[in-house]
Design a protein around this ligand. Structure first.
Ligand code: GDP
Length: 299
């Protein structure tokens, strides 16, 4: 049985099945084999329900067949890609100006970094962007966002430490409208310890920006950290209750975590995955590619 850490790394299937070259023996797809596959998928953070569904689909019409390791891998990757394809969608952009993008997630998930990367991508696409440093209680987060704003060539609106994020959001909305900016990205606090407060804070930000644009925010991105594994599932549940989450960004997929939990997320919530974080640099944000992801996960 593979230890959990091992199973999170790419290529776990190859290690289970042993040699993967031409000379590798064929394996009979039997109950024992399916059980091993299930265990590995579960250990890769896919969750029990999703792992069972993937192996059941794989087994359908194939029990007792002799399959080569590459065949098993390809079938498994195809099943995973099938679950992921419907959620692999870039963040939708509407004709509205400014497009308001509210960014939520727990502290440390990569919100600030992701906002910087997105701002840079939008700038490169010729769009004008304004950022609001809405986590007014974390001075370090505000400083960090300013650095990202400079890198991306985007103005960052800040407010005094501890001041009302909603009033900053209102000012930012005013500035974005006056400037005719294409996008306004609003960072938010991620203190889940006090959920009621956070809920109130986010609700107030939304109320205030709607005074200026009734259909805003146009996107509410939830940023998740791939290294937290199954924790991502409860974060989606919690944030969906306190904000109208419209899409996900999964960060830190450049490490050893290959984000098996993304399959569970796709299967359970069906929220679009707009992008993935693959490093700490400004260009390290990539579109989510289901086939590449499935291949990397299976190994
Ligand atoms: P926030 O508290 O949610 O705003 O999180 P930050 O944006 O400050 O990110 C927390 C840490 O994670 C920082 O050290 C970032 O450099 C790092 N980080 C963010 N995204 C990625 C990523 O995609 N890959 C890696 N390796 N590190 C990341």
């Amino acid at each position: 049985e593979a230890p959990a850490e091992e199973a999170r790394k790419p290529g776990f299937l190859g290690r289970l099945l042993g040699r993967t070259g031409e000379e590798a023996p064929r394996r009979v797809l039997d109950d024992a084999m399916l059980e091993s596959l299930e265990e590995l998928l579960i250990a890769s953070d896919m969750g029990v329900d999703t792992a069972l569904r993937v192996t059941a689909n794989l087994a359908e019409g194939r029990m007792g067949r002799k399959l080569s390791v590459p065949e098993i891998k390809a079938l498994l990757a195809a099943e995973i890609a099938r679950i992921m394809e419907p959620v692999a969608r870039p963040m939708p952009l509407y004709a509205k100006r400014p497009q308001v993008v509210l960014v939520v997630g727990v502290n440390g998930s990569g919100k600030t970094t992701t906002i910087g990367k997105l701002a840079s991508q939008f700038r490169a696409a010729g769009k004008t962007v304004v950022i609001a440093a809405g986590d007014t209680f974390r001075a370090a987060a505000v400083e960090q966002l300013k650095v990202w704003g400079e890198r991306a060539g985007v103005p960052v609106l800040t407010a005094p430490e501890g001041s009302d994020p909603a009033s900053l959001a209102f000012d930012a909305m005013t500035k974005a409208q006056e400037d005719g900016a294409d996008l306004l990205m609003i960072d938010t606090a991620g203190r889940l310890q006090n959920r009621a407060d956070l809920m109130e804070e986010l609700a107030k930000i939304v109320r205030v920006i709607r005074k200026k644009a009734p259909d805003a925010p146009h996107n509410t991105l939830l940023v998740l950290d791939a290294t937290t594994g199954q924790n991502a599932l409860s974060q989606v549940e919690i944030f969906s209750k306190i904000a109208d989450v419209s899409g996900l960004v999964m960060t830190k997929l450049d490490g050893t975590a290959k984000g098996g939990v993304l399959v569970a997320l796709a299967d359970k919530f069906g929220l679009p995955i707009h992008a993935i974080g693959v490093g700490e640099q400004i260009d390290d944000l990539a579109p989510f590619d289901p086939e590449e992801f499935a291949r990397a996960l299976v190994g």
